[in-house]
Design a protein around this ligand. Structure first.
Ligand SMILES: C[S@@+](CC[C@H](N)C(=O)[O-])C[C@H]1O[C@@H](n2cnc3c(N)ncnc32)[C@H](O)[C@@H]1O
Length: 328
């Protein structure tokens, strides 16, 4: 099937990277990938509900029906056989407005075999204009409100270092952890990454050098009815405490407000990368937020840099969402 994912557009490259990684996590590699503004199209085989349940940085998961000039998608609409199904057409434009004339033209073409129903449609078609025109059918809508329910303000244990759940979920997806796979967050802090990993069905292991953070992570998980293994330990001790893992997703201290227990980043990060190399199974991924791009060079030879995306937090902090793979 050919998919069309409507990306959130909240970052120029991270949403499409998250979507591609999500398909890999579902063992469904996307091929023939094209990105047209906030639309990503590709061929892959996967269950749409599973895709929509995992994604954070997208709005809709659709099947692409036609692409090309407007006349091409109009002709494709005329050829579709809706077998009497009730349908609706939406043509969203920039700034939240809709293009009524486009909706009417495509709607008229589809009405040959279907029935317009704006109240309770069985099928919703979406039309987008990017570099090309795209006609797609909605398979699932991503529930973005769910992430707001878990935002820092709604949690029992809060610290200024927390990642927003949408970004924590994107990091989990970048780690490619599969349902039932074991994910480690070795700098778990308040437990937000562990929570998102648990919600995609991963078996979670969290650790932190600070006992208050371990207690806080436990509170976070139990508040959302999740459980996991939590260990109070320095990152360097983990290879002797934890069995090998399928993925690591983590947001280490940046040496600013979040504590490193007085250790410099220049000492902590190489030690952490060395432990990650020992902890990851061959071929597994590490998804990590780094404060500077130069930190990507601190990883040892057994960790291959795959991708990195700078996400600006405020004037003096940019998180580089970075993915490494463990050599086989
Ligand atoms: C940026 S915070 C993690 C924030 C987390 N993502 C969240 O949403 O709450 C980094 C964490 O690393 C922990 N830490 C610092 N040095 C450590 C070390 N050597 N080993 C393990 N954890 C350490 C700190 O206690 C802190 O909780």
């Amino acid at each position: 099937m050919r998919w069309l994912i409507e990306l959130s557009g909240e970052h120029p490259t991270l949403p499409s990277a998250e979507a591609a990684a999500c398909f890999e996590a579902l063992k469904a590699r996307a091929t023939d990938v094209e990105v047209d503004g906030a639309l990503m199209t590709f061929a892959a085989e996967a269950k749409p509900e599973l895709v929509a349940e995992r994604l954070a940085l997208s709005h809709f998961v659709n099947e692409e029906i036609a692409t090309g000039a407007f006349e091409d998608i109009l002709a494709a609409s005329e050829k579709l056989d809706l077998a009497g199904a009730r349908f609706m057409v939406r043509a969203p434009a920039r700034g939240g407005s809709v293009r009524k004339s486009v909706e009417e033209k495509i709607g008229k073409a589809l009405a040959g075999t279907g029935k317009v129903d704006l109240g309770q449609p069985e099928v919703t078609f979406r039309v987008h204009e990017g570099k090309k025109w795209h006609l797609s059918r909605v398979l699932c809508k991503v529930n973005r409100t769910e992430f707001e329910r878990r935002r820092p303000a709604n949690r029992p244990f809060k610290k200024p270092v927390m990642l927003h759940p949408r970004l924590a979920r994107a990091l989990v997806n970048l780690s490619r952890v599969s349902y039932g796979g074991r994910l480690l967050d070795p700098f778990c802090g308040t437990g937000g990454i562990l929570l998102e990993a648990s919600l995609v069905g991963a078996e979670i292991v969290g650790s932190d050098i600070d006992g208050e953070m371990i207690a806080g992570s436990r509170k976070t998980l139990s508040h959302f009815n999740r459980t996991g293994r939590l260990i109070m330990a320095d990152v360097g001790r983990l290879p002797s405490l934890v069995e090998k893992v399928d993925a690591i997703a983590t947001d280490p201290p940046y040496g600013r407000s979040s504590s490193t227990k007085s250790e410099s980043i220049e000492s902590l990060y190489p030690r952490a990368f060395q432990a990650f190399g020992q902890l990851l199974k061959p071929g597994a991924h590490l998804a990590i937020c780094l404060p500077e791009e130069r930190h990507t060079t601190m990883a040892g030879p057994d960790l291959k840099l795959e991708e990195t995306y700078p996400v600006r937090v405020h004037g003096s902090l940019t998180r580089h969402f970075t993915v490494f793979s463990r050599s086989r």
